[in-house]
Design a protein around this ligand. Sequence first.
Ligand SMILES: [Zn+2]
Ligand SMILES: [Zn+2]
Length: 353
Amino acid sequence: MSTLPAPAQTPPTPDPLGLHLPASTETPETLSGARRALVLFVIQGVPLLGFGAGVWLFLREGVSALNAGLLVGMYLLTMTGVEVGLHRYFAHRTFETTRPLRALLLILGSMAGQGSALLWSAVHRVHHAHTDQPGDLHSPVLGRNGAWDKFRGWFWAQFLWYLDVPAIPRFGRLLDRHLESPADLLASKEEDQVHRFARTLPDLLRDGPLVRLNQRYGTWVLLGFVLPTLVGGLATLSWEGALRGLVWGGFVRYYLVQQISFAINSVGHTVGVRPLGSRDYSRNNVVMAVLTLGAGWHNNHHAFPGSARVDFRWWQVDLGGLLIRLLARLGLAWDIRQPSPEAISARASTPMS
Ligand SMILES: [Zn+2]
Ligand SMILES: [Zn+2]
């Protein structure tokens, strides 16, 4: 990894949403040791056990076409929910779409179990407002020098960062309390982290039906496990088939989508190339780009966070962007935002590495 100049030496990334967040998200309250262990077990331990069950089954009996299809199908559905739904639609508003399709994207994204669509969007907007600077909630590089420190930064960004964000378990309850009064919440002067999260979402919080759908997050996570169980059971007319559907389309899929999505925070800011000028350490990584349906072109994305497409070279594969363009062809998406070729060339002529 090459040594990079301090990100602050270059102009800041444009802030298309005008968030103007404070330069710090200091977190005075932290989880107790026991609570951290419990959260870690639920978020990382249970999915890892489920993934282990899949590996054990594979070694014992291989995997049937049905279960492989459930794994790939559920992976594509939920990763689309994360990348096209939570990321490009809710967090960045890079295109507009119909209300039914928006609801579907919210549900598919929630099935990935990475937090509700609004929570995910708030954390991500904070990430873009402070990328690799104080206030970034999951930067692997912030203030870290030396190989051991860099490894610890990567490990924290991949597995642990959410334990240091006390607003996460409080966010849903805060929205519940303000279902009928989003304007009060947005006008609040409270300076704790959870209120600051809410204030990053002026465009989303005023939409009552959307917030109510968002608040059914637990149901959507459960649906991500019930669907493959049902398909596996009905296709084989057996409880064993249902259990294998749960393991492959539920747990193995969940673990892979979780770890690959979290790798955008860790690998996406440490491993890869940086062809476009941006104030941060974001990287383009072709393996990550394929696995995440485009998010792995992370340097491209940080250079133009408001763009619905991230394939700025003919050979860069962006399946999420392709889907958005297909939806536009079908009349299901419009107001697709993307930079001009001149703007991309201008960024390419000021690389940081
Ligand atoms: Zn990033
Ligand atoms: Zn983003």
